[in-house]
Design a protein around this ligand. Structure first.
Ligand code: NAD
Length: 531
């Protein structure tokens, strides 16, 4: 399960990725404890259920110790630039390709200096979402791994059967997005927990937080050569890992085009590999809130504002399309606009009342600005509120609410990944048609929510939107999944839906070996019926 059997010696270090691939894991701390549990017997043993609870989420109320600690940490970080090397086989490596991570809300501040791994070198050898979620991932993955280990085949009088949960043979490439620290830690941490060697390529715009997680893992006892920390150029990393014969898995979270590109490269290289690689990818969404005429408007509006604008709409699960029944629309609109006026956007280190900060970088800013121009110029669309943007100090975009008269306008079909919410008002007697429209108007299938009090309306939405969302919410917003409570992921082009945060996820990162040991010698090669 946790630690794979001894691996073959590493291949010649022609490329850093290949060099890192063959290294085995050993372990201390958590790793050693898990291995000890494996070693204490391959046969199924009844152990008491493992009790694990979610990490409590700190509230940061005025006067609380966590708020004071955060303020102190922010003051300490002010103006500082952290140096972040590549770390391969436990060794820090600096390459000549130096880059900087900028603060999105003050791009004059370089928060981290890092370097890119490259192909040819010696052996070169990468609070809700960050802290609590990551802790939950690690705790629950350990619990699930132990439970998986307990899942053993039947043994009979004449033979003992057991299952060994081996790591995959080769290396797993973990490629993480910019927007969730916890996801990055889990993309690398889950395969490592199952006994795999991992090459972790963090996102350029999340270097500092990813490096902090990596260092915490080492402090917690992860042996230094299990996860290689390799900041690198995305395409160069992708080209390199997918062309190595030792590539055995991709654990990816990011956009659809990047995942498609990697998948294609894998299929083109299939004949090189020693194994059929496991490909897991969690991608984007075009997430919806649909309000039935029986909806509680206050709750639906609050949930929609949170889901659409929290983190500047840069959550894969953010609501970006809202379907409102005509009879409720005047009330919904009034509340949406009233509350929208209270949303503060700014530098979160200066004002705790800030709801969201700048978008991540200049590229995102330009892309979102393009959508805002579309909203202003299209005859189908009316901007109801917000939509200003300013990148003089940081990449700030105001939350924007748009009304669309065409439910198939691109703004209602494509992922924006920014603070833009588009509303389509439907005649309330067309509830069924609107559900069919939601299901068919985008190729995504990540998250969605129904707001209704009538049971029949909820049941109809469950039936008709069965494939429209891998995470479906009833009278709750489309964001905020909690590890072990709502394992996360969507189908269609939103990803392979492997449900990180749930018990099935770890199976992706193990290659189980079934072992039969027979206790009775075979006395004759002939079957009894042949006598
Ligand atoms: P992205 O696809 O631009 O980048 C993701 C990672 O891939 C980055 O580390 C990037 O450097 C790397 N990369 C880029 N090109 C590559 C290549 N050719 N080969 C290998 N790696 C390459 O995505 P992003 O902008 O960082 O993240 C936003 C996207 O991620 C959105 O679409 C969002 O919906 C999605 N996302 C999904 C989930 C989920 O759980 N479903 C969670 C978070 C983000």
């Amino acid at each position: 399960m946790v630690v794979s059997p001894p691996r073959p010696p590493p291949p010649p270090p022609a490329q850093w990725v290949v060099a890192a691939a063959g290294r085995g894991s050993g372990g201390a701390g958590m790793w050693r404890r898990l291995r000890a549990l494996r070693d204490c017997g391959r046969r199924w043993q009844h152990r008491p259920a493992i009790q694990v609870t979610n990490e409590p989420i700190l509230e940061f109320k005025p006067g609380s110790p966590e708020r004071a600690a955060l303020q102190k940490a922010l003051a300490d970080l002010k103006g500082k630039t952290e140096d972040i090397p590549c770390v391969i086989g436990g060794e820090e490596v600096w390459t000549p390709t130096v880059r900087y991570q900028l603060s999105p809300f003050n791009h004059a501040h370089k928060v981290a200096k890092y370097c890119y791994a490259s192909k040819a070198k010696t052996v070169i050898q990468a609070e809700i979402d960050a802290a609590a979620e990551l802790i939950d991932f690690f705790r629950f993955n350990a619990k699930y791994a132990l439970e998986l280990e307990q899942s053993q085949p039947l043994s009979v009088d004449i033979s003992t059967n057991s299952m060994v949960y081996r790591g995959l043979e080769g290396f797993v490439a973990a490629v993480s997005p910019f927007n969730f620290t916890a996801i990055g830690g889990n993309l690398a941490g889950a395969p490592a927990l199952m006994g795999n060697v991992v090459l972790w390529k963090p996102s350029d715009t999340a270097l500092l937080s990813s490096y902090a997680v990596y260092k915490i893992l080492l402090e917690a006892g992860l042996p230094p050569n299990v996860v290689q920390f390799v900041p690198s150029d995305g395409p160069e990393f992708g080209d390199t890992v997918t062309s190595s014969e030792h590539f055995c898995g991709l654990n990816f979270t990011g956009s659809v085009p990047t995942f498609r590109r990697l998948w294609k490269q894998v299929s083109e290289n299939l004949e090189r590999y020693r194994n059929f690689p496991r490909l897991a990818g969690e991608c984007g969404g075009k997430n919806f809130h649909v309000l039935h005429r029986s909806a509680d408007v206050g709750s639906a509006v609050n949930g929609t504002l949170r889901s659409a604008f929290e983190f500047g709409g840069q959550k894969c699960s953010a609501c970006s399309r809202l379907y409102a029944p005509a009879s409720l629309w005047p009330h919904i609109k009034e509340k949406l606009l009233e509350e929208h006026g209270k949303i503060k956007v700014g530098d979160p280190t200066q004002d705790f009342g800030t709801f969201f900060s700048a978008v991540i970088d200049d590229k995102s800013f330009a892309r979102i600005k393009g959508w805002l121009q579309h909203a202003r110029s299209s005859p189908n669309l009316t901007v109801l509120a917000g939509g200003g943007c300013d990148d003089s100090v940081g990449y700030f975009v105001e939350p924007c609410i748009v009304e669309s008269r065409d439910p198939r306008d691109p703004i209602m079909r494509e992922e924006i990944f920014g603070p833009i919410l588009t509303v389509f008002v439907y005649p309330e007697d067309r509830y069924r048609e609107v559900l069919e429209l939601i299901d068919s108007s985008t190729p995504y299938g990540l998250t969605g929510a129904i707001f209704a009090q009538e049971k029949a309306a909820i049941e109809e939405s469950l039936r008709l939107l069965r494939h429209a969302a891998g995470n479906f919410y009833i009278n709750d917003k489309s964001t905020g999944s909690v590890v072990a409570q709502q394992p996360f992921g969507g189908s269609r082009i939103s990803g392979t839906n492997d449900k990180p945060g749930g018990p099935h996820y770890l199976l992706r990162w193990t290659s189980p070996q079934a072992i039969k040991e027979t206790h009775v010698p075979l006395g004759d090669w002939r079957y009894a019926y042949m006598q």
